[in-house]
Design a protein around this ligand. Sequence first.
Ligand code: SF4
Ligand code: SF4
Length: 191
Amino acid sequence: MQLTNRAKKLEKKPMTLAERAYLPAIFQGLSITMRHFFMKKATVRYPEEVRPFSPIFRGLHVLKRDEQGRERCTACGLCAVACPAEAITMVAGERKKGEESLYREEKYAISYEINMLRCIFCGLCEEACPKAAVYLQADKIAPPRYERDEFIYGKDRLVEPVSPDARSIRGIQLTPEQADSLRSNLAQQPV
Ligand code: SF4
Ligand code: SF4
């Protein structure tokens, strides 16, 4: 029984010789391939090539040391409380006698971890820190990794190295041009 009159009966036309040899389909496919070949690429060769950064990009975390090379963090937990992504965890410990040259405060972070897959790089941890211990370093980005575990940054990757030359292991260093353009963008932002 026919419910509506919208059905349209199609005539099945016999295929031409060219159609049977798939020639129109092959040329159509080749034309699409050639069009995309000369179009501007949508992808970049990351990490060798880095996209331009947003003016509000903040960078990768660093746990700072003081002028005497001691860790500034006192494991107060304010950064973890301020973090909207719940990306920061830490374990606090008491500084022992003889460790005064390692940790500035009597309490310090035995472990301090940031899950970079949760982090939204908002910088609220930096603003919350009363000891100027955690900073987002604007000329660094988290390098690509294959395993999710490798995005959990512990103290080994967060604490500022004593030797400045060792900094490059923390993340991908931007080129001087990228860092300059980022700095000028940040300088133009209202405080
Ligand atoms: S930058 Fe923002 S999201 Fe990332 S750890 Fe700090 S507070 Fe959390
Ligand atoms: S980084 Fe700053 S806010 Fe976070 S635990 Fe250490 S001292 Fe406290």
